[in-house]
Design a binder for this molecule. Structure first.
Ligand code: NAP
Length: 258
């Protein structure tokens, strides 16, 4: 995706994956500084890089995590574009029909942090989080200063994610931040449980949309998979590094082509 944007912009540079074990990050940082490198980091390095950065952007400070970095005058700057990606994904689905209904977030892992902030910004009435490990969700909401009602996921007939049916029926927007459906097309909750006004955001992504998203759309619900968030966070990182807009269409095509 970044390679495609670099080619279209005619910029030199390489975007390469580095596999860095958690205990080797500190050794790598001086090398990145000497090279004046910028890039992205993912789990498990996002919070460690927020601690290591000399400067944090407001977005990185808000989420307490860094997914995008660069160097200025030899100092490490940490930024977070997951938040911008999450905001774009939520905005694309938001509608007046959602406004008065609860928002339901499934999962409390790495991707849930940016979503929880973006959802709380939009839904001042708070967010319901269904989590297999409720303490993880409680700690996350507390760290982010977000009003959240945490509901433990429990074995439920019909719901792979363990979400009580009543919560699904009440929700205006349902966000899947678990990996359910990533490999096997499983549905986190049955489409038939969704309210007629409900919209669905699945952070899992797949060419043409995940099976759950396609089933939601077939049942008349606005639904998106995680590609918009993925492309948007990448495009925002590109703009932060190079000061020019990324070609989102080229990035989208690269994601589609896998
Ligand atoms: P993560 O840090 O491993 O967190 C996963 C969360 O889902 C945890 O709260 C976990 O519960 C829960 N969970 C896992 N399996 C479950 C199940 N069977 N039932 C109920 N809860 C379950 O993962 P992540 O980084 O947040 O990623 C989640 C998904 O989002 C992945 O598919 C990933 O590819 C996708 N993602 C997309 C984007 C994007 O830009 N579109 C960005 C990041 C991630 P426990 O705490 O109990 O383990």
């Amino acid at each position: 995706m970044q390679g495609a944007a670099l080619r279209v912009a005619g910029l030199p540079g390489r975007y390469e994956a580095l596999d860095v074990p958690p205990d080797r990050l500190a050794d790598l940082l001086p090398r990145l500084r000497d090279e004046g490198a910028g890039g992205n980091v993912t789990i498990p390095h996002k919070e460690a890089l927020a601690r290591a950065a000399a400067h944090l952007t407001p977005e990185a400070r808000r989420v307490g995590a860094v997914n995008t970095f660069w160097h200025e005058s030899g100092e490490l700057v940490g930024h977070n574009t997951d938040l911008g990606g999450a905001r774009a994904a939520v905005e694309a689905l938001w509608s007046p029909g959602i406004e008065d209904r609860p928002v339901l977030l499934l999962g409390a892992g790495g991707s849930a942090a940016a979503l929880l902030v973006a959802l709380a910004e939009r839904r001042h009435g708070g967010v319901r989080v269904v989590a297999r490990t409720p303490t993880r969700a409680e700690r996350l909401a507390e760290r982010l200063g977000v009003a959240a009602v945490v509901v433990p996921a429990e074995a439920q007939a019909g719901s792979e994610a363990g979400v009580p049916r009543a919560l699904v029926e009440e929700a205006g927007l349902l966000v899947n931040a678990t990996p359910i459906g990533q490999r096997d097309g499983a549905e986190p909750v049955p489409v038939s449980w969704l309210a007629p006004e409900a919209a669905v955001l699945d952070l899992v992504y797949a060419s043409g949309g995940t099976a759950w998203v396609r089933a939601c759309r077939a049942a008349g619900r606005p639904a998106e998979d995680g590609r918009r968030m993925l492309v948007e966070q990448g495009a925002l990182a590109f703009a932060a590094w190079f000061g020019v807009e990324a070609d989102r269409d080229a990035m989208w095509t690269a994601v589609e082509d896998g």
